[in-house]
Ligand binder design. Sequence first.
Ligand code: HEM
Length: 205
Amino acid sequence: MASPRIWLAWRVGVFLAALAPLLFWSWVVANNAAGPEPGRYLLLNIGIGALWMLLLTLSLTPLTKLTRWKGFALIRRQLGLWTLAYATLHMLSYALFILGLNWALLGSEIIKRPYIIVGMIALVGLAVLGATSNKWSMKRLGKRWKSLHKFSYAILGLVLLHFFWIVRADMQEWAMYAAIAALIMATRLPPVARTLPKLRYRFSR
Ligand code: HEM
């Protein structure tokens, strides 16, 4: 069994790995290497980063079932909070670099780009899950906590819709994320979820 120190190192390693893309993109912008629209560069990259964080977070439960490795479960809350952090930074990049903090523009922007509403609903959902991802909320909500956190599946659907609405020509990138999401969701179907621990048993023999 791994010692508490190794688990701490694992969590710190995951923290640094999740922070690294943000530092890299900031470094690119600071070095004027982000192209003619650095604000848009940050907005789009952080948006994709948020989607990756959400997909990684949702893959941890099936991975735990498949491998029984405690390390995956140990970083679930952290990655969930990273998803929220990335999504918040993505929204802030939009407010700062696209709206220029001119909130009067928001109404006409929403009419022009309705996918923004979908992104906003997804962000509010992530904020609710983030705010209730502590032990106190788990205890207070009891069985309802699990049901509430199942909304993360709906949030994934909303994020894919948000992204789908934006893509006009090249559907390939979107289709790749949709396929990964479908695979992760398929592991939640009761017959598949029941098979995962059996697969582990078969592989370990
Ligand atoms: C208040 C909430 C949000 C706002 C205002 C917002 C706004 C935007 C905007 C303006 C774009 C760029 C569209 C373009 O290419 O013209 C975008 C793209 C994107 N957003 Fe959001 N978004 C929000 C929430 C989210 C959330 C919660 C996620 C994921 C967890 C997300 C993921 C993405 C992705 C993956 C893209 C596509 C990036 C690309 O084309 O490379 N967004 N969003």
